[in-house]
Structures are given as C-alpha cells and as structure tokens.
Design a protein around this ligand. Structure first.
Ligand code: M6R
Length: 607
C-alpha cells in the first residue's frame, strides 16, 4: 500500500531515498516524505502529491544534507493526503522519525492513552502513535524501545525508524508487510521491494515477521524479539535492472503487455522436463491429489479472475469440485473447508491483506494451502504449504497484465499435472496439452501483433460512457478481466456478464449505440453466444466481436477482432491480449494516468 526505503552509507542520503521512492511509487502516490539525520538532528521534508512535488521542494534531495535517512510514498488510509499526514512522522521531541507501511489497528486506544500522558498529535494517521510510543518507551536503548513498541501495536507494519541519538545507524522491523534489506559495500538499505535498491545491490535479506534489523554503513544485524541475533541467508536477485525500468516505452503497462510471451516462457520452461510437467516446488503427492474432496481458489481482483478460469479448467480436466471465492468474502463466510481440501491462493504481490487473511482461515480449518505468487519471499508465499512462483519479473503498472498471464499459465500446468495424476486424461491427451502449452508464448506473441487494429478501435470508442463485456464459460472468465482492465485505467463504466445472463435484467441498459464486446472463442458455445449477440444488436447495441480464426463474425458483429486458433483450454491467454490493449489504448486516448490510476495502489495491504 505504501512504500518505504532507508539508506545508510557515505553518500548523501536524500537523492538515493528519492530515487528509491520513485521505484516504489506504484505502491502509493498521494504524498511522500523523507527524513535524514544531520549533525545529530532529524530533518524531515514532506509533500502532498506525486513524488515530483517533493523532489522539486528539495532540489532532488540536494538541499537535505546527511548520510542516514528513511523515506516513504503513501496511499492514504487514515487521514486524507496532505503534507501533515505524510510520513515520516516525528515524535514530539523530534528525537524519532518513523516511516510505516501497514495499518495499526489499535491506534485509537494507543492514541488516547498517549494524549492522556501529554503527547501531542499533529496528524490523523495511525502511524503517528508509533513515533510517540518510541519516545514514551525510550530509556536510552533503541532496541529495547523497539521491542516494547511492537509488543503494544496490533496490525501490520514494516517500519523504518531514525533516532537522533544514533546518527550512525537506523532500525527496522516488519510484521505482515514486506521488508527487504539490501547489502552494499560501505552502504546498506531497507525497502518494501527490491526494485528500489536494485541499482545499488543485488544481495538481499528477506526479513521475516518480528525480525528487527539494525543497519550501520558497514554492517547489518538481524535480531528476534528476544534480542538474539538471527543468521540470515543472502539471496541474490537475478533480475536485470532494466526489468524495473520503462526502457523506452511510454508506460510500464504497455511494456509489461509486450513482455508476456517472455514471461509465460519463464513460467513454463523450468517446469517442463522431457515432455513432462515437473513441479519440484510442490509437495502434493498423487495420493494427496486423489484424496482431495474439493478445491477452493481464493484471490482478489485480476487474480480472482484467474481463479474463475481455474474453476472451469480444473473441473473439466480433473473432475474435482472447485469453488472460486473472492478473498474478502471467503474470510467472513464461515466457509465449509476441511483438511481434505486444497485452497489455492493467487496473488501477484503476495501481500494482499484479504488474500493473506483468507489463507489463514483456510489453515485454521486444516486445509492445505498452495499459493501462486510472483513476489519471492512475500507473506503469502511464506505462509503457504506449497508455492508456485510465476517468475513474471517485476510488475510495476497498477493494472496487472503479465502477472495475470503467468498466473493463468500456472493454472493450466497445475490442472494438467493433477489430471495426469488422477488419470482423468489419457497419455495422448497429456502429450497434446504439453505440445500446445509449449506453443503458447509464440501464440501470445502472434496475438500481440494486432495492435494497430485495437488502437483504431480504441480511438472509435474512447468516448463511450458504458461498455459491456459478454461471454460464456472461459470467455466469461476473460470478460471479467477485460472489463476490469478497461475501467480501472480509463474510468469508463463497464460490466462483464455471462452472455446468457444478460437478458435476466441487465439487458435493459442496452440502448442505441451501447458498445458490447462479445467474446466467442470457444467452439462448443459459439452459436449460443451468437444468439446473445443478436439479443443486444436487436436492441441497438454496437458489437465488437472477439473470436478465433476458426470462426467468422461477419454479419454478426459490427467489428471483429480475430485471435489465432489454439487448444481451447489455453484460449484465455490469447483472448485477454486484445482486451488489455483495448483498455490501454482507450486510457491513452483519454489522457489518463495509465500506470498510476486514481485511487488505486499496486498492492492492497488493507482490508
Ligand atoms: O497482488 P495481488 O495479485 O494479490 O492483487 C490482487 C488485486 O488487487 C489485483 O489483481 C488488482 O485487481 C489489479 N490492479 C488489477 O489490474
């Protein structure tokens, strides 16, 4: 939700902090701030608005001296975006400065108590209590104060804390919010995400819940809450720095759309050996799979849409009942989950609060949890019995594209893998699926070639007030994603409907000129969807049909987008491409802020 960074070394800290925050802006972009220690005093600078405002205010950091500092980019939860609500928050004496990513759930009770003890609050944030708690508990030892503070606060946090008594170090901790440490030479870093520090180092520590990190310029020590030092393993990030740069593209979103063939290949290749799917990362045995009573797929947003595809394909291939549930609903619906069930949690960031909590509910019921995650070492990955990483590389645009596509790919592989173990497919079918899976990156690349037509269609329809997406089965699942892509970045109202369901109420919204995007890629249900198209054209809709080269929509739709023919099970990977592009080009025509749409943030770490 928010992004934090910290630096200690010999260079001027502020420019490095601002540079790091630039990479984290996708996590929140309504205000930003930095605090740097200089001559034993903490100097904090904050600004409402994009990071560029803070940069301007500080002359790109050059006006803020000091070699030890912390920074923050915010997505407001408690208190509107404003200078005063921006982080870092300072204690009353100015001895402590705090940046925080997460939510302090018991902040009201703590705030009232601190007020009764004479502390003065200047902001409406939950975070400010932490700065004052440090002041309250500090008796000359920062580590002792940290242990007391984290004992008092409830909720989620990644914290970076400066204390003016410790000009040559700073301290950090996490619980249920991401935090990594970057290990440099004569300099060290903290960040919410590796992209912020990749320019400086590839050697990192993944920090676990309740681990406390003390950083100096030459050393990093990690402790547990009993003040015992913890041995950490250094992980080396193998991403190219350019993976987190726009690299000549106008937006991260279009770059990430283009990267999909490569990303899908990276998901498939390490798991295909001698024509067989090898899921080394999964400990689920043949007997475990045979013993499954039911599968739940739990996720939010686009990841949930992957789950909707998953339900169709797992049920079809494995004949195991599958229920796909929105994570925020799963948490509170008292789900009938048992120890004989598999719960698949899908999340790009691995830190979505609702998905993480749903995972915990599943575990409380004794179910086995397998997660499909992109960010290595994230909270969801850590809390799962098995993790399948999507290896999509960093995804920066708020609107997901390559993460969605790689999640789909994992879903296909898992379905084929389980169907094989269950013998619900023949060896011939298995071989065919593998052959077709290997062709997928090429087919996606082929589908991406149709950009000009999609850009043209976007230029025709970008003024629409409302757009409907319809489809059946897998086409319906992809419609959900197409509709979300369009609305989240272009702000055009849009709904996705199961094509056969429209006439049960929603069809009353169709009037002369309403755009309906109709997906009819599946062979079996093509004619059925055509009937639904007729229902809307009769009522004045303009129809943009999306089908494969095996079908023609001449005389059925006003415009047609054609995708390559492929194994029906893998068609979602192709049909989603024009829809991603359509959303992108419509938003571009409207001049929207594509990578950072209003009100949104890349990872949603609040309920
Ligand atoms: O990080 P996650 O995959 O758990 O995020 C889930 C959703 O917040 C995410 O897919 C969201 O819907 C995207 N912005 C859609 O493009």
């Amino acid at each position: 939700m928010c992004g934090i960074v910290g630096y200690i070394g010999s260079e001027q800290a502020a420019p490095i902090l601002l540079e790091g925050l630039e990479k984290l802006e996708y996590r929140g972009y309504d205000s930003a701030g930095i605090a740097v220690i200089n001559n034993g005093e903490i100097n904090a600078r904050k600004a409402k608005g994009r990071l560029s405002v803070l940069k301007e205010k500080t002359n790109s950091g050059k006006d803020v001296p000091g070699v030890t500092g912390i920074g923050h980019t915010r997505w407001a939860t408690h208190g509107e975006p404003s200078d005063v609500n921006s982080h870092p928050h300072l204690s009353n004496s100015g001895r402590f400065a705090v940046v925080h990513n997460g939510i302090i759930e018991n902040y009201m009770a703590l705030k009232n108590r601190l007020i009764s003890k004479g502390f003065e609050f200047t902001s409406e944030t939950d975070t400010e209590v932490i700065a004052h708690l440090f002041e309250y508990y500090y008796k000359g030892d920062i580590m002792d104060a940290m242990i007391k503070v984290i004992d008092r606060v409830e909720g989620s946090y990644a914290l970076g804390v400066l204390c003016s008594d410790y000009p040559d170090s700073f301290i950090a901790v996490r619980k249920a919010s991401p935090l990594i440490v970057g290990l440099g030479s004569g300099e060290n870093f903290i960040a919410s995400d590796v992209t912020a520090i990749l320019k400086h180092t590839r050697d990192i520590y993944y920090i676990e819940d309740n681990e406390i990190v003390v950083l100096t310029k030459d050393d990093v020590k990690v402790y547990n809450i009993d003040k015992e030092e913890v041995e950490k393993e250094v992980s080396t990030v193998d991403w190219d720095v350019s993976a987190a740069e726009k690299g000549g593209y106008e937006h991260f979103m279009i770059k990430e759309i283009e990267e999909q063939p490569k990303a899908i290949r990276a998901t498939i290749s390490p798991r295909l050996k001698d024509g067989r799917i090898v899921l080394d990362d999964v400990s689920l045995t043949k007997d475990d799979i045979k013993g499954l009573r039911k599968i739940f797929i739990v996720a939010c947003g686009s990841a949930y849409h992957v789950g909707v595809v998953g339900k169709y394909i797992i049920e079809k291939m494995c004949r195991i009942p599958v229920e796909t549930v929105i994570a925020s609903e799963f948490r509170y619906c008292d789900p009938i989950v048992t120890k004989d069930d598999l719960v698949i949690v899908i999340s790009q960031s691995g830190e979505t609060a609702d998905s993480l909590e749903a995972l915990k509910v599943a575990k409380d019921h004794g179910a086995r949890v397998l997660s499909i995650v992109n960010v290595v070492g994230s909270a969801i990955a850590n809390a799962s019995d098995d993790v399948i990483y999507t290896w999509a590389g960093p995804e920066i645009a708020v609107a997901t594209t390559k993460a969605y596509s790689t999640q789909l790919t994992v879903m296909y592989m898992l379905s084929i893998y389980m169907a094989d173990k269950l013998s619900t497919i023949t060896s011939g079918q298995y071989k065919q699926y593998i052959d077709d899976l290997e062709k997928l990156p090429e087919l996606v690349a082929e589908t991406l070639k149709n950009k000009d037509q999609i850009a043209y269609l976007a230029s025709k329809f970008y003024n629409c007030h409302s757009i409907f997406f319809i489809g059946r089965n897998l086409d319906y699942a992809v419609s959900l994603e197409g509709s979300l892509k369009l609305k989240e970045i272009s702000y055009i109202h849009s709904e996705a409907y199961a094509a056969g369901e429209l006439k049960h109420g929603t069809i009353s919204l169709i009037e002369d000129g309403t755009l309906v995007i109709a997906l009819a890629t599946g062979k079996e249900l093509f004619d059925k969807t055509v009937s639904n198209i007729k229902e809307v054209t009769t009522r004045g809709a303009v129809v943009l049909g999306l089908t494969t080269e095996e079908h023609s929509m001449t005389g059925i739709a006003d415009y047609t987008i054609t995708i390559p023919a492929a194994n029906p099970m893998f068609l979602p990977s192709l049909s989603v491409i024009p829809l991603q592009l359509f959303g992108y080009y419509v938003a571009a025509q409207k001049g929207c802020d594509i990578d950072k749409p209003r009100n949104l943030a890349k990872s949603v770490t609040v309920e």
